[in-house]
Design a protein around this ligand. Structure first.
Ligand code: FES
Ligand code: FES
Length: 156
């Protein structure tokens, strides 16, 4: 299998790496960099657990090759906390009980991050539409929506 040199900025930190041509971005993050906050729930683009931000867009990292991230800025769930302070979305999921088992949570957080980056005060319908590609087997989604609304109400 051919190898490729890539340069990716992840959570503000530049990384130079050599990757197999078929390596998925999610496997690059988890297996090569040890960043296991990004989850794998299906590997078939259905569950959204692997969602990260690539440049400005929420992206299912099981659907993107690591070589396609060459030159990009990637934000993962590990990059949300700043200086020991939770991101308003993390605070929202904590305050509004937006998780149970937590498996879907990294992907939910990153999808919500993408939504709030583009939409200052999303309606409930806009939130539900944004997270429609993220599956949660536990919560029934009500508290996830409340968690995102909590974050949207915080000054940014
Ligand atoms: S692991 Fe990527 S969408 Fe499920
Ligand atoms: S909290 Fe368990 S899958 Fe969402």
């Amino acid at each position: 299998m051919s190898k490729h040199k890539i340069h990716v900025t992840i959570n503000g930190v530049p990384h130079d790496a050599e990757v197999d041509s078929r390596l998925l971005l999610v496997h690059f993050l988890r297996d090569q960099l040890g960043m296991t906050g990004t989850h794998i729930g299906c590997d078939t683009t259905h569950c959204g657990a692997c969602t990260v931000i690539v440049d400005t867009e929420p992206t299912k990292s099981c659907t993107m090759l690591a070589v396609q991230a060459d030159g990009a800025a990637v934000l993962t769930v590990e990059g949300l906390e700043r200086d020991g302070k939770l991101h308003p979305l993390q605070e929202g999921f904590y305050q509004e009980h937006g998780l149970q088992c937590g498996f879907c949570t990294p992907g939910m957080l990153m999808t919500a991050y993408g939504l709030l980056s583009h939409t200052q005060n999303p309606s409930e319908a806009e939130i539900r539409h944004a997270i429609s590609g993220n599956l949660c087997r536990c919560t029934g989604y009500v508290n996830i929506v409340k968690s995102i609304q909590y974050a949207a109400a915080q000054p940014r």
